[in-house]
Design a protein around this ligand. Structure first.
Ligand code: DHB
Ligand code: FE
Length: 257
């Protein structure tokens, strides 16, 4: 479809959808003005990326998953940092955190043909045991709880870290106020982020969640899907987070779309 026709089709349908909601609820002029003030406030306070994460980002993620095939993708979130170090056995962490419950991230990366993806890079990152992100919050040095894992000849990876906890998205701004006004909360379940890249392959972004964990059924960003909830498994006191990834080639995307 030509560019102009596509913009027209998508924007017209979005506008139609909003108009239908306004009619359905008999939205008043006073409410319209509140909405306008909310949008201006969100722009002024740079809260639009967070608002989009909460409202629409996972929708685009689901569409991408449908077009691509392979493992289902997730939200990237705002806390990926490009320059994490390569790690081979454990993610770097603060000494005082060593006693927290350990987790072992392991699994296998294959292509759509089932063949192992050797020497793929898996960036992993997750929150501290206080639910904060290194390099972003509280002056925590950026190399903690992050790392690039390189898959072996059989596509496998295996690295130790400690359990993250649920994460509260910033709630003091307009997006937080909106969630509160709707009677919703601003918590995400504990999760581990993954970003997998390899030459010629689609860059795959995912998250893993912990079965039975708080907010798994009620993520404020609505990202959780069944495929990403890891069953509870413990070996010698270590929580096992076993996740396999099936990744399409970069060119497979064009074919699917
Ligand atoms: C947000 C933060 C996260 O850690 C995440 O995984 C997803 C979204 C956010 O603040 O929008
Ligand atoms: Fe996160």
């Amino acid at each position: 479809m030509a560019y102009e026709a596509r913009i027209n089709a998508v924007v017209s349908d979005i506008v139609d959808g909003v108009r239908a909601a306004l009619f359905k609820h008999d939205v008043t002029f006073d409410e319209y003005r509140v909405a306008l003030a909310f949008l201006l406030d969100a722009f002024e306070k740079n809260d639009v990326p967070l608002l989009m994460d909460v409202l629409f980002n996972t929708t685009i993620v689901k569409i991408e998953g449908k077009l691509m095939g392979g493992s289902k993708p997730s939200l990237e979130g705002p806390y990926y940092l490009e320059n994490a170090a390569v790690v081979t056995d454990r993610l770097p962490m603060r000494d005082e955190d060593q006693h927290h419950t350990a987790m072992q991230l392991r699994g296998r990366v294959t292509g759509m043909d089932g063949r192992p993806l050797a020497r793929a890079t898996i960036d992993v990152w997750h929150s501290t045991p206080e639910g904060r992100y290194s390099g972003i919050h509280d002056g925590i040095p950026p190399h903690y709880y992050r790392g690039k894992i390189v898959t072996d000849a059989d596509g496998r990876y295996n690295v130790r870290s400690i359990m993250p906890i649920p994460y509260q998205i910033p709630n003091e701004g307009p997006t937080g106020a909106l969630l509160t006004a709707m009677g919703r909360h601003s918590w995400r379940p504990a999760h581990v982020h993954y970003k997998i890249s390899a030459p010629g392959m689609h860059t795959h972004i995912s998250q893993a969640y912990f079965e039975g964990g708080a907010y798994v059924e009620d993520d404020c960003c609505e990202d959780v899907c069944e495929e990403h909830v890891v069953a509870e498994k413990v070996e010698d006191g270590v929580r096992i987070v076993e996740v396999d990834f099936v990744i399409p080639k970069a060119t497979e995307k064009a074919q699917a779309a």
